[in-house]
Design a protein around this ligand. Structure first.
Ligand SMILES: [Fe+2]
Length: 471
């Protein structure tokens, strides 16, 4: 029997668990659904089936992965959602209760969980090598079947990888490669980063380890046409600290920021480190090579409140915890090995995305969600940045409405970087229901051209991708 969920901010309101898998064959649509938008929008996010174990805490990042699948075809949108059938969730379904401690904390496990893997697969869903992969940064990818969302199982590339894989791999459409990494790659708290490349057919072609200056949480990274960059921010992980009952994760700004720069086809010995004062980011927009320079556009900050400092206090808002749109650059001809920063905007923003056909290459158009007044919760505004003009267009959804990651989807026969649509899930608090909004990417400030009305709320989630029907 599943017991009631505790009254936790991560388990109520927009984040409350859905408790349901469903199929909606034909959603009600306001406006005009574009006829040249044919394919499937997949999105992943945490949706715990069972409450935490008694005496345990909960965190948003811990919930069981739930895939949302919106299929656009024949002038209609259908919606299906399914949990990823992880080893964890299957055992817990069998038991009728949660067996794992939050984040797989073994101190809180039921003994029945001890031989099982903690892989919630709850952060992103991508397509590569003909497979849909549900990702979370602490474990292997989980293969999911297109459209049916049936779980196939973990993908270990023929036994060549057994450790964590980032939820933010990069795709080079020119080579068909998926470039990815894993941090804490030699065990929790280790400073090893594993660098991998899979070719267009999904075969592993690169598998090597790099040693970072210290062990840190590394949520995202940068890939250009020529280089891969592992950004190490001082959000440190320390297993010994955890064993002493102190936080596993801590914000240690004195350790500074370090970018490990490696030619994409390089080996362990080719890594070169660039440095600057403490910075932080969860997500990047895009990265590219410009002569001897490597640039990365990010939603970055100077500090984070994601974990406490060593003295137990949180970084102050005045220390610059709000992520804003900015550029970090290194110059391979610069023997000072310094990281440069250029600030673009002071609006707090997150979930940056581009037209993925321009990933790893120079680009112009970026999309993100933001919030007026630098509140870090409740993003309520869609943003379009024009990096060529420095201009910004916005669409504010208004009071009581919240938005998720915007995803670019090219129109059929698309003729340019911004020739397509931006798809975004929104939540309407007064009705406690969700909506799927479709914007013309060229004029997001005009509001959605079509809005699919959902019969219920989809809990706040993380990342997704558009898969054209022909792909
Ligand atoms: Fe992420």
């Amino acid at each position: 029997m599943t017991k009631p969920f505790p009254n936790d901010p991560f388990l109520t309101g927009f984040m409350a668990p859905s408790g349901i898998e469903c199929d909606a064959p034909d959603l009600v649509i306001e406006g005009e659904l574009p006829k040249d938008l044919i394919g499937t929008y997949y999105r992943n996010g945490p949706d715990p089936l069972h409450p935490p174990r008694e005496g345990d805490t909960y965190h948003w990042f811990d919930g069981d992965g739930m895939i949302q699948c919106f299929h656009f075809e024949n002038d209609r949108i259908s919606w299906r959602n399914r949990w990823v059938r992880s080893e964890k969730l299957m055992a817990e379904m069998e038991a009728g209760e949660r067996l794992f401690g939050v984040f797989g904390n073994p101190m809180m496990n039921d003994p029945r969980a001890n031989e099982l893997k903690y892989n919630t697969a709850n952060t992103n869903i991508v397509q590569h090598g003909g497979k849909m992969l549900a990702l979370m940064e602490g474990a292997l990818p989980t293969e999911i079947k297109h459209r049916t969302l049936e779980t196939v199982g973990e993908l270990d590339y023929g036994g060549q990888i057994d450790g964590p894989v980032t939820a933010h791999p990069k795709f080079d459409v020119h080579t068909g490669e998926m470039i990815f990494f894993g941090y804490s790659a030699k065990g929790p708290g280790s400073n090893a980063i594993r660098y991998n490349v899979a070719d267009k057919d999904g075969n592993l072609t690169k598998n090597l380890f790099i040693e970072a200056p210290y062990s840190a949480m590394v949520h995202d990274f940068f890939v250009t046409e020529t280089h891969v960059i592992f950004p190490i921010f001082p959000l440190t992980t320390d297993l010994e600290r955890a064993f002493k009952g102190e936080p596993m994760l801590a914000w240690e700004p004195d350790k500074g920021t370090h970018f490990g720069v490696l030619p994409r086809d390089g080996s362990e010995a080719d890594i070169r480190w660039f440095n600057c004062e403490a910075k932080f980011m969860f997500h990047m927009m895009n990265a590219w090579t410009d002569g001897t320079k490597l640039h990365a556009d990010v939603t970055g900050s100077n500090a984070t409140q994601f974990a406490p400092k060593l003295d137990g206090t949180m970084a102050d808002v005045e220390e610059g915890v709000a992520p804003t749109f900015r550029r970090w650059s290194v110059d391979l001809s610069d023997n000072t090995n310094s990281i440069q920063e250029e600030l673009f905007d002071d609006m707090a923003c997150e979930f940056p995305r581009t037209n993925d056909d321009y990933s790893t290459r120079p680009y112009r158009h970026g999309y993100a969600v933001g919030t007026v007044g630098k509140k870090l919760e409740n993003f309520d505004t869609l943003i379009h940045y024009d990096t060529q003009t420095g201009g910004r267009k916005t669409f504010n959804l208004g009071e009581g409405r919240m938005v998720g990651e915007p995803v670019f989807a090219a129109r059929e026969g698309s003729k340019g970087e911004d020739d397509g649509y931006v798809i975004m899930l929104a939540y309407d608090q007064p009705t406690d229901k969700s909506e799927l909004m479709i914007f013309d990417a060229k004029e997001i400030d005009q509001g959605p051209v079509a809005t699919a009305k959902l019969p219920l709320r989809i809990p706040a989630g993380f990342h997704g991708n558009w898969v054209p029907l022909a792909a």
